[in-house]
Design a protein around this ligand. Structure first.
Ligand code: PLP
Length: 410
């Protein structure tokens, strides 16, 4: 723990020192507390922990010191430099989950019940779309998908559907890389007393802080940029209402058993320390790759919010510090060219997922979005020829050389 009389000014210092550990054994880094349970010194001690009077750990499903280190760091990054309504530093509560999907499940189940509706938008992570349409529907929770980037559509939908209790947005969104103005959504949602949650996986708290615009919840698949090295699956749900997080959200989280593991939390905690450094490189590489693709004669379309030609460039500029590492693009000869191009790459890796040190390339229609019907996919702009890239932190000339040699073969 950093000395409270010494205020950290930088986001990387915050990422490194928020949870720096000085335990009884003087371990430099937070150890992996590979233990299912924690001992009580006496029956009174056990009772005090269950009563919440003593915050020491009880049982790993309910919390573990290795989780706490990463949770505190993520909360510190999402609230970095932000103030609450009373002009005091914003305090957030983060809960690690076994996956991004588990964090989404806790978010939805702790906020919605049978008869309630989620309002969301086109182009969502495939898994999120499937939870809404294939799982929540069985519990009587409905989802309305609308183009809520248009505030008239948003207001009209809210007026017509009083059962909407949560607006869930992803920005930038997957895989067509669109942005939604978080501030305009929260301003309207507040008027109708509706909560707003943001999936901040693509941007990370270094590039975008949704709590700045007074959202209620942020979720991440920590599997991606927060871990940063592709070494584990994980998720996190972050909220600003401490009481709600510690009661309603906590209940669903621990009773449905969606906790992460000490080893995964350790890997995540380590990854967080280099977030700023990695993101700076991811973003500058992505800008070079997007510019290269846009100028290439074989390329029909490039979706990258960093390009001034992207329709959501202005929104991205308003709410993001830089433009992230996700790009999608189409080659002129569609699916056939996409297949040839991807198979001819020599360095870049064919895989789903994103936010790892290496450049990952995937074909959404046949992989991540196979569970979404072709009709729905096309509505979202996910054509059969669309290729998605998570630009890594390799030296940019190697990524560009790999693309160049591969594009010559299509
Ligand atoms: C990967 C991802 C998820 C799901 O997270 P898992 O860790 O795979 O469960 C949710 N949202 C976005 C934007 C993602 O990229």
């Amino acid at each position: 723990m950093s000395n409270s009389s010494f205020t950290l000014k930088g986001i990387t210092s915050t990422a490194i020192h928020t949870a720096s550990n000085h335990n009884a054994e003087h371990a430099h880094l937070t150890p992996i507390y590979a233990t299912s349970t924690f001992t009580f010194n006496s029956t009174e001690d056990g009772a005090a922990r269950f009563a919440g009077e003593d915050k020491s750990k009880i049982y790993t499903r309910l919390g573990n010191p290795t989780f706490v280190a990463a949770e505190k760091t993520i909360a510190a990054l999402e609230s970095f430099g932000l103030k609450n309504k009373n002009n005091e530093p914003l305090k957030l509560k983060a809960l690690l989950h076994s996956s991004g999907q588990a964090a989404l499940a806790t978010l939805f189940l702790s906020n919605l019940k049978t008869g309630d509706t989620i309002l969301s938008h086109y182009a969502l992570y495939g898994g999120t779309y499937e939870v809404m349409h294939k799982v929540l529907t069985d519990t009587g929770i409905k989802t309305i998908i609308a183009d809520i980037r248009n505030t008239d559509v948003l207001e009209k939908t809210l007026k017509e559907n009083s059962s909407i209790k949560l607006i869930h947005i992803e920005t930038p969104s997957n895989p067509t890389i669109n942005c939604i103005d978080i501030e305009s959504i929260t301003q309207i949602a507040k008027k109708y007393h509706i909560k707003v949650s943001v999936d901040n996986t693509f941007a990370t708290p270094y590039l975008q802080q949704p709590f700045k615009y007074d959202v209620d919840f942020v979720i991440h698949s920590t599997t991606k940029f927060l871990n940063g090295h592709g070494t584990s699956i994980g998720g996190v749900l972050i909220g600003k209402d401490d009481e709600y997080m510690n009661t309603k959200v906590w209940k669903w989280h621990v009773l449905l058993g969606s906790n992460t593991s000490p080893f995964d939390a350790f890997l995540l905690g380590n990854g967080l320390k280099t977030l700023e450094l990695r993101m700076d490189r991811h973003c500058s590489n992505a800008m070079k790759v997007a510019t290269y693709l846009q100028n290439h004669s074989a390329v029909a379309l490039v979706n990258y919010v960093g390009l001034p030609t992207h329709p959501d460039h202005a929104i991205a500029k308003k709410q993001m510090k830089q433009f992230g590492s996700l790009i999608s693009f189409e080659l002129k000869n569609g699916y056939t060219a996409a297949t040839k191009f991807m198979n001819a790459l020599k360095m870049c890796t064919q895989a789903i997922s994103l936010g790892t040190t290496d450049t990952l390339i995937s074909h959404p229609a046949s992989t991540s979005h196979l569970g979404v019907s072709q009709e729905e996919r096309l509505k979202f702009g996910i054509t059969n020829g669309l290729i998605r890239l998570s630009v890594g932190i390799e030296n940019s000339e190697d990524i560009l050389n790999d693309f160049e040699q591969s594009l010559q073969k299509i």
